[in-house]
Unconditional design. Sequence first.
Length: 285
Amino acid sequence: GKPMVEGRRRMGPAGAGQWGCRVVRWPDCRPLTARVARWVGDEAGWMSPAALRLAACVRGQRAGAAAAWLWSWRSSSSSSNTDCDSSNAKTEKPKTPKIYTKTGDKGFSSIFTGERRQKDDYVFEALGSTDELTSAIGLAVEFCLEQGHEFGEELYKIQCILQDVGSNIATPISSARESHLKRTTFSEKPVIELENWIDRYTEQLPPLSNFILPSGGRCSATLHLARAICRRAERSMVSIVRAGEADQNAARYLNRLSDYLFTLARYAAMKEGKNEQIYKRINQD
């Protein structure tokens, strides 16, 4: 639509002194006044050529020229901004979150309840041991899959349950809220499942009559390594459970897990036809 001149209006101070201007109404009935000139100045850069041109039109009472020019300027500006926004949308890349937070640089870290503790706290010692255990099991899985063993899914499930053990460790019962405890309580069910797996594999193995050394192939040897780390993880939980800060079932799970890993190592060696090394006392005389 075409701007229409309505009449005169006395304006307040605009820069220095009083001056009059004519009011111009757009099709949407918004008056063009010196305030519009200031708005244009804010948009294009105050005292820019665009702002000066519009101000000159208004001060010189050439409202019609000012209105026509502003209408043209707004259209071109809007089109330019749209093109710019569209270009930015195409080229802008999503920000990749950084793996480091720098929040632990002073030797403190947070547990699940939000509490900050020193990194040498017994809670973090136990968490570190369970994390190391999970990694060792992951290595064993890769070696065992190379030999076509069918128990890989069991080990994957154990890795997931160890994350639950870690959650239980990281939620001290004395300081946790009910909502925390509800999410991290460790039940007896995983313990019973491990016992059933142990019994199933034991039935297929020859009776154990000697003390065996970690051996029997790469799969078996890495399972023995995971078993030794599991024992350490269990030891790290003893003081936590004794203090009443973690569930007894979490510690029981680690105890059964070391037995499972020992049994599974023997089973893997048997299935691969590998010999297990037997301990023999070496004559030291």
